[in-house]
Design a protein around this ligand. Sequence first.
Ligand code: KIV
Ligand code: ZN
Length: 520
Amino acid sequence: MSKDQIIIFDTTLRDGEQSPGASMNTKEKIQIATQLERLGVDVIEAGFAAASPGDFDAIHKIAQVVKNSTVCSLARALERDITEAAKAIEAAPKKRIHTFIATSPIHMEYKLKMTPEQVIKKAVEAVALAKSFVDDVEFSCEDAGRSDIGFLKEISDAVIEVGAKTINLPDTVGIRMPSEIADMISQMKAHIGERAIISVHNHNDLGLAVANSLEAIKNGARQVECTINGLGERAGNAALEEIVMALKVREDMFSDVETKINTKEIYPTSRMIATITGIEPQPNKAIVGKNAFAHESGIHQDGVLKHKQTYEIFSPEEIGLNKDDTLVLGKHSGRAAFKDKLEKLGFNLTKEQLDETFLRFKELADKKKDIYDDDLRALVTSNMTSIEKSFEIVALQLMDSTGGVPSAAVTIKKPDGTEVTDAGIGDGTIDAIFKTIDRITGHSGRLMDYKVKSVSKGKDALANVTVQVNFNQDEPAVIGHGLSIDTMLASARAYIGALNSYISMRGMLKKRGNSTSNII
Ligand code: KIV
Ligand code: ZN
């Protein structure tokens, strides 16, 4: 029996980026899009082109590099949003515009202040305009979960008539139970038939996003919108890895459908997203959490040793997690072995990227005894995604603060190539470092968030620091990452990274003569 394909629509770069503190720079987004393509997702929602010049730039660049997956931009049902989306995805071999308008009584009355008739008219105009740019147009009934089913049928008929190929029915506020989703999807499937693909987009406010997506598939949905690690607005979206593995492990329940996902790329993709956003999945998170394969109790350990499947419903290798991941490369290891290892981890670097990463690997191997896969992933990711370095940390020296005043001496290379050293004091060591950086660079930042995470294990583990800094109160805060065995140096690098991101964002704005407002 031939199986129906479930279209995996990944929105990590759009809805996922709407998670508080998850904003990513263009290079990071390109790196993620390339990995999503390797994972085998069918559609990559690369952003919301009209939201900001940064979003436009990232989608535009992703459209130039992604070849096998469809590249999609979100657009409200507005002329400017749709033309910006069309421009941003132009270069992609496979492209889609995803336009939406709210259809629930509460959204139409209070948010849009429009009648249902006006909403249908706007939706039809938007789809028709999108269709003049691309063949593949998706229409979303925002807040479908709280919309009248009769109205959903009416608006779907109208947009299918002008060319919408996918009708997405989001549970925008995550309020629906699986039985209610089943009912909505089966009614919509009976009404729409083969005229369009039915899609779902479930939010996780009641922890039901994955269950609801699976129920939708059982009742005729053939596209699911989801994110890696379940990132997304508020409590997040349905997690891609959970949907895909549920379909695979419970093939007996889903024997008529399949996905094109290469499950061995799930773990590497999850690690890349966590490293770049600084948002770690909770330890007990299904599939990719740190404890997902940890057997703590004696009874469980005994069972697993006797027969793995006593307590393991699938093997870590199936998602690309190699538990025995110590790298036996040391400072004397050659480039070929290093390159081979990176390829096994899914990284294909250009010659320049390989040269630079190899150098950083050697520096690390000098200081750190055991190097794990996660260390390498962090090293490569930080090298490949760092934006143009306007400022660079050259040296950092800290004075002993025990009982005294915390102070730091910092040397920074400026954009004109000169090196400047200065020293300062603060309320703590980090405060002293950041204040000194502010003085040297002439930019004053307000620290909104600071996170430190050890990349792998051991006392000599690499520290990955993520900061969120606001350099101008009228503009959005920016994120910076820093990696080092020394947590203070990692913090200084993260802060300078955020400043470089801010400068690059300002440069982009100047070029486009635009503002940074985020409009979802
Ligand atoms: O949650 C939602 O309704 C959305 C739409 C824009 C698809 O993200
Ligand atoms: Zn959403």
